[in-house]
Design a binder for this molecule. Structure first.
Ligand code: PXP
Length: 242
């Protein structure tokens, strides 16, 4: 796929994190969603965690109402989250592993040991017209399982690539490329996310079949310094979109 067609989803969880530090009313992730869209983001991504440490139910409801591009809801594969997704009707759900003690999503799903009920969840959300994505490490065994569970897309966890020291970065990028080839070969779409920033995004664009990236920390961090519009537009520029 032409690299100029990579879509940018902006993950705005950190805006809610800053609000929750004070249990205050600002900054409001709803306003952040609007600002991201006005700057040209293709999608707003939010993670409603079981412990509600950042995004709240109220945010999800209001963001669904204001978002005019696409809403991607990251969630654990639980019955509570399935119910919320079916009521909310995001454009996509991205199923992620969730551990209470983690600082952020630290690894991809383990589909090899996943319960067959995950297949029911995937079928149910797809029947409701919601795209289903699995967040996976660039691991061919896991990718094969994603096809078996009938996911529409795989978001490749790019943390290992993003955090690799320079001498290992090429090897980690190669794993991401091989994963992307396998995902496409199995008929699923290729997304990527985690740890992507203004320095490592350009090399990632050499990954074949890449259609979407979801980026949070680096964009929100830059937004604090230069404003959300400029932060989103700087990333769109690196994606070759503007
Ligand atoms: N994609 C998924 C599935 C994630 O869980 C996260 C982190 O919440 C991201 C993308 C964004 O990662 P980062 O904040 O490191 O850009």
């Amino acid at each position: 796929m032409d690299k100029t067609l990579v879509r940018l989803g902006v993950n705005i969880d950190h805006v809610a994190t800053l609000r929750q530090v004070r249990k205050a009313v600002e900054p409001d992730p709803v306003s952040a969603a609007v600002a991201c869209e006005m700057a040209g983001a293709d999608q707003i991504t939010i993670h409603l965690r079981e412990d509600r440490r950042h995004i709240q139910n109220r945010d999800v409801r209001l963001i669904r109402e204001v978002v005019k591009t696409a809403l991607n809801l990251e969630m654990a594969a639980t019955s509570e989250m399935q119910e919320i997704a079916l009521a909310l009707r995001p454009d996509a759900v991205c199923i992620v592993p969730e551990r209470r003690e983690e600082v952020t999503t630290e690894g991809g799903l383990n589909l090899v040991d996943a319960s067959p009920s995950l297949g029911d969840l995937v079928a149910t959300v797809k029947d409701a017209g919601i795209h289903a994505t699995a967040f996976l490490d660039p691991d061919l065994r896991q990718i094969n399982e994603a096809a078996r569970f009938r996911f529409d897309a795989v978001e490749i966890h790019t943390g290992a690539y993003a955090n690799a020291p320079p001498q290992r970065r090429g090897a980690e990028l190669k794993k991401v490329k091989e994963a992307a080839d396998a995902i496409r070969h199995l008929g699923m779409r290729v997304h990527a996310g985690h740890g992507l920033n203004y320095h490592n995004i350009t090399a990632l664009l050499t990954v074949p079949h890449l259609e979407e990236v979801n980026i949070g920390h680096s964009i929100v961090a830059r937004a604090i310094m230069v404003g959300m519009e400029r932060a989103v537009r700087d990333m769109l520029h690196l994606l070759g979109r503007i």
